[in-house]
Design a protein around this ligand. Sequence first.
Ligand code: SIN
Length: 301
Amino acid sequence: MPQSNVLRRDEEPLAAPAQSFEIRALPGPLGAEIIGLDLGRELSPEDFARVRKAHLDHHLLVFRDQRITPQQHIDFSRRFGRLMIHVLHQFHLPGHPEILVVSNIVEDGKPIGLGDAGKYWHSDISYKPLPSLGSLLHAQELPAEGGDTLFANMHLAYDTLPPALRSAIEGRTAVHSYLAKYGQLQKQGNWRPNLSARQLAQVQEVSHPVVRTHPENGKRALFVSEGFTTRIEGLPEDESRQILEALFAHSVRPEHIYRHRWQPHDLVFWDNRSLIHLAAGTPDHLRRKLYRTTIEGDKPF
Ligand code: SIN
């Protein structure tokens, strides 16, 4: 009998079939590669659970060879939570405000994306009361050289803190500000527009614990970065600066870092509660374009 694709009223829709894919831990302090999974297809509940667990275990997943559309990128990201809309609406992908275009490409004299995104170590959107759970960055156009992204494991950074530094930050909170480096970035290049009153209202500074507990795996992590953290509250300015400088330097010791060398169609999904990251830079004459979604997380504690 020929099979019909039409569902009878009493039939359940067929669950997405499982895909056969491999999870390979990367050598070093964080990360795993996912080989053979197509994020353009709906994931079965089992496949989704494997991906989620791998993300928690390794803090960063590299999904190789993802030939997906912006909408598929958004749909996959949404399975982990609400998506954040970046304050720089100038660099949203047209028709898809959930996607921030990260690019050094200038067309008709206008940048198509944020060319200096990630120039300082940071955790995405830590300047909001609900910072990001994680970000998904999808390669669209890659330079022949340069353009790497570095990630530092902030659980390891916390675990290996010298005891004096650890006790200096015990129970402390710090201020995070989107504007901390904004003026400096404006002077260094032509990527940053002046912010409107409406944009400024969206980026009021906030205070977060210096050490946070990951809400899903219970591990402690340092939660400060040179990009957005301006001062430790309740300490004299010079002491706060000295401690922050020591924390920044310790966080990015070579043994805490994974360097991602992009391959065509890579999609990298990292945990902003566990890692900070840095764009290592692209030679000016080479083009680089990536699309980023950012998932909202919980209030740090
Ligand atoms: C970012 O900080 O989200 C951008 C990182 C990169 O361009 O490598």
